[in-house]
Design a protein around this ligand. Structure first.
Ligand code: FE
Length: 198
């Protein structure tokens, strides 16, 4: 079920928490318990996703993979899914998504590529990332870094945030527009975020 609300500009905006569709289709590496969520309605792409600073821990040439979970890795499992859309609300296939984030203790792997990986949206503009909830570190709330670039398009560097985090209001980089819609499942935290790129 999709609910709607009106934002301060009067546009209808998705009440994103209700968009986390039950998951049922096999996605690469995720097993059969997970499904592709419903594609966003056209009204979902009101305004581009804001850019944010890259931060000091980006590393180029991450491995191509949809799961960042490795054997023995501790933490709470997170399945993040969503779509990449153009400002004209078109789903964009083949878009590069390069994710990186801290481990459960708030540390980045700057020597290797632990919790770093890139992938491309499928024919429907959809992506799935399997990872763990990032830990927090001094001065920051919980976040995931990401670079998003459609083929031949402009690069968006930004960060995604988690709801109900006590540090959100104290982190000057935090932006509500970059909040993941999150719900808990017995197997994992399930997140949804749709990127809108210029
Ligand atoms: Fe960071």
């Amino acid at each position: 079920m999709i609910n709607w609300r009106r934002d301060s500009c009067g546009r209808r905006d998705l009440l994103r928490a209700t968009l986390l569709a039950p998951i049922g289709v096999a996605s690469a590496g995720l097993g059969s318990a997970w499904a592709q969520p419903a594609a966003p309605a056209a009204l979902a792409c009101a305004g581009a996703s804001p850019a944010e600073t890259e931060g000091p821990y980006f590393k180029p040439q991450s491995p191509e993979r949809t799961t960042l979970i490795e054997p023995g890795m501790a933490g709470t499992k997170l399945i993040l899914t969503g779509y990449v859309l153009s400002a004209a609300c078109k789903l964009i296939a083949g878009t590069l998504l390069d994710f990186w984030h801290a481990d459960e203790h708030g540390a980045y792997d700057n020597a290797g590529y632990r919790l770093r990986g890139h992938q491309f949206t499928d024919e429907q503009g959809h992506y799935v990332l399997e990872t763990i909830l990032p830990g927090v570190y001094t001065g920051r709330t919980r976040h995931i870094h990401v670079k998003v670039q459609p083929q031949g398009g402009r690069l968006l560097t930004t960060q995604l945030y988690f709801p109900d985090e006590p540090r959100n209001t104290r982190d000057s980089l935090f932006q509500p527009k970059l909040l993941i819609a999150l719900r808990s499942d017995p197997m994992a935290k399930l997140g949804r975020f749709d990127f809108v790129v210029a």
